[in-house]
Write a protein that binds this ligand. Sequence first.
Ligand SMILES: [Zn+2]
Length: 400
Amino acid sequence: MIKKTALNAARMKSKNYRRILDEIWVAPASRSELARRIGLTRAAVSVIVDSLLQRNILVEGDVINTKTRGRSSTELHWNKDAFYSVGISLQRNKITVGLTDFCGNLLAVSEINLYTYAAEDKEALLIRVEDIIENFIKHLKPSGEFLGIGISSPGPFDLQTGTILNPPNFEFLHNTPIVEILKERFNCKVIIENDANACALVELRYGTKAKYDSFLLLDINEGVGSGLILNGKLNKGVMGHGNELGHVTIDMNGPKCQCGNYGCAELYSSIPNIVAQAKALDESLINWKTIVEFAYSGVPTALEILKREAEYIATMAVTAINILDIQAVVLTGQVAYNPELLISMIEEEINNRIFTRLSRTVKVLRSQISRNSQALLGSNLMIENYLEDLSNAVTFESES
Ligand SMILES: [Zn+2]
């Protein structure tokens, strides 16, 4: 019984560490302000803050309210120089490698155009990636501790070894044990994550911040990727292969998909598929940008296609909302080109169809993350991993 109480106390302490860090991330605050926001005593907040200052994770900023009960009060911030990490984003046409500080600020970035590499040059390409990383670390001498290398990539992977298996349209890097290769070269922690999941985590930290802590991110390009954040955490599914909203059936009698299922949402809503439907209807609708622009000008065929895409997206979203009770849907990828009209159509469709429609509405938004943040998709994985490890360490310290 005593042991259980101690464990609960340790978990609570670890939870409060995260709450304090998250609160300061959303807006820098003093100890008293944190106590007020979180509902802890100032003394309890001070103990945690002192420990975070000692670990160099937080720094004290400007002095504020010097007259508050005779005590000076300083604003606390995340210490951007505490750590740095490398992010690699593997995309179908290019690889982005970047270096970021602990607050996700990009310190350096480099891009490799994949079209300049022939299929047999895989080894040369990986050496180029390694050289970029080495150059960053050697020449820029970033402050703080190195957290490691985070990779965002189209899946699937072998989760045990971090080997990229066989993502469609990604033959060049099929069966590449990239995690092992980089671990061996740099002797550091290396993490790989599905690109839509990595994107959802970046959206949570840098985009929607504290506004939504449960949302579905849909990344619609050549395929449909999706990431799910539930109560502030990335949903990984039981075996780490969850979140494939693009592969839920929206037509039971539809064609067979590469994934094995029939009539998957991706077969209708991915950009090439919706553009093919548009061309069949009106041959002037040659790409997604044209469809969107013509729809704004009131061209009926373009409006019809936009409405159709909104219905496909809403069908995926309603499935997720009815099961998981999430607050928002975030759109990213090519589909998010000038998306206000599409978003209003999706919102109307969703809010007419969800189970809880009489008591609430679900918001659809465009991703707040800039398209230049590719490297952050990877390096943010290391920041999230560090914060997770810190919470576990706090629980462990308290137990022993
Ligand atoms: Zn499928």
